[in-house]
Write a protein that binds this ligand. Sequence first.
Ligand code: FAD
Length: 331
Amino acid sequence: MEIFYPGDTGYDEERSGFQTGLRHEPQVIFAVENAQDVEEAVGHAKTHGHEYAIQSTGHGLTTATTGVLISTRRMNNVEIDVETKTARAEAGAVWQQVIEQAAPHGLAPLSGDASDVGVVGYTLGGGFSVLAREFGFASERVRQTGRVGDVVTALEFELLPIDEVHAGEMFFEAQHAPEVFEAFHGWDLPDHVTPALTTLGDVVRITFASTKPFDVNHLRVAPTVKEEFSAKPFAQAAGKPLPPHTYQGDNVLLSDLPLEALHNAREAAAHSSAEIFFGVLPLGGALNTEATHLIKLISPQLGVEKQHEEVFDQVRPFVVGRSRNFRYAVG
Ligand SMILES: Cc1cc2nc3c(=O)[nH]c(=O)nc-3n(C[C@H](O)[C@H](O)[C@H](O)COP(=O)(O)OP(=O)(O)OC[C@H]3O[C@@H](n4cnc5c(N)ncnc54)[C@H](O)[C@@H]3O)c2cc1C
């Protein structure tokens, strides 16, 4: 195992992850390769009275540590058991590895919309997959967890017999947001369909996926700038990696989302002094939660907590919590 101190060659590279706006400032980094290394790292932190943080990809960095950083990216073995339809992923494994190994056997994990996200961090936060409403949270598929202290060394979880999915996306110009939001909100959503709506600057994007066919014609309330919808291998619906960048984000879980509140929140985000990408995920279906919707906000800069809270103010009466995933560079 390599150990890095500030000033060492490799220290900066090891502490850097997907989030470029914030970095851990550890006094020591343990670049662990196996469970024994994790024990050594946790033991070191305890002996010296330091806190420790864990980083795999850095997608979900919330607050930076000044204590011990346990970097898991080298500890990334993935094994598939076709008989039991399970996968075992070590602490630093990413979804792409599981997807690639499972696909030849007609199997797939409940991964999300970015295949370079870490299996463990994602699953510990619940894990909202591109098929979430059809199959529930990824965390419910965990069969076994290996742990040293607070560090998960490996997860064993179920794979699903998923080969092809019906998935696609539609883009509309942002000027059509009111009618597109209304059509999305009014969607009489079959339990097996998982959609998401996101504003991205000049455009509004709707994505949807299911293992069964479904209809999206009612969403065509304005001309689409671009659209695509077909049956495809799961891997193609699983989302492509993005380059590392700076972003801050937060979310709220809601017990209800009346159309007026949704419009108010959308407008607050559109007119904010910060650039805000506004996302809404309908929950329900197989998702074991009382919340009906999740609203997530992402900005391509830090220091915008106040602007995000102003958007959440529009749905405040319905807020029942936050998802641990979809929180970025916030304490
Ligand atoms: C572009 C993008 C797309 C995303 N898409 C989705 C999505 O579709 N669905 C969804 O549910 N989430 C999604 N997320 C959120 C993502 O699942 C969380 O941010 C998750 O925490 C990332 O885990 P990571 O290991 O990749 O990141 P890291 O930043 O390396 O880890 C995040 C946190 O997870 C914990 N952690 C990581 N490894 C361990 C371990 N071995 N033991 C104990 N704790 C550990 C630590 O608290 C750590 O701070 C997305 C995030 C991004 C940036």
